[in-house]
Design a binder for this molecule. Structure first.
Ligand SMILES: [Zn+2]
Length: 58
């Protein structure tokens, strides 16, 4: 069995409208090679807006 931890990168999701960093998540770089883009609720915009992946976290 391969080590699953090595295939996951920790990322932050930011609101594309207000640029606030709202979510911290992980992405499996094997299953999802492209950058994440998700519609999520933003507390600052007070509605569901597109969030995109930003820099990788250490
Ligand atoms: Zn927002």
């Amino acid at each position: 069995m391969a080590n699953k931890g090595e295939q996951r990168v920790k990322i932050a999701l930011i609101c594309t409208v207000c640029k606030n960093r709202n979510y911290i998540t992980t992405r499996n770089k094997v299953n999802t090679p492209e950058k994440l883009k998700l519609k999520k609720y933003c507390n600052y915009c007070r509605k569901a807006v597109e969030h995109k992946e930003t820099e990788k976290l250490k």
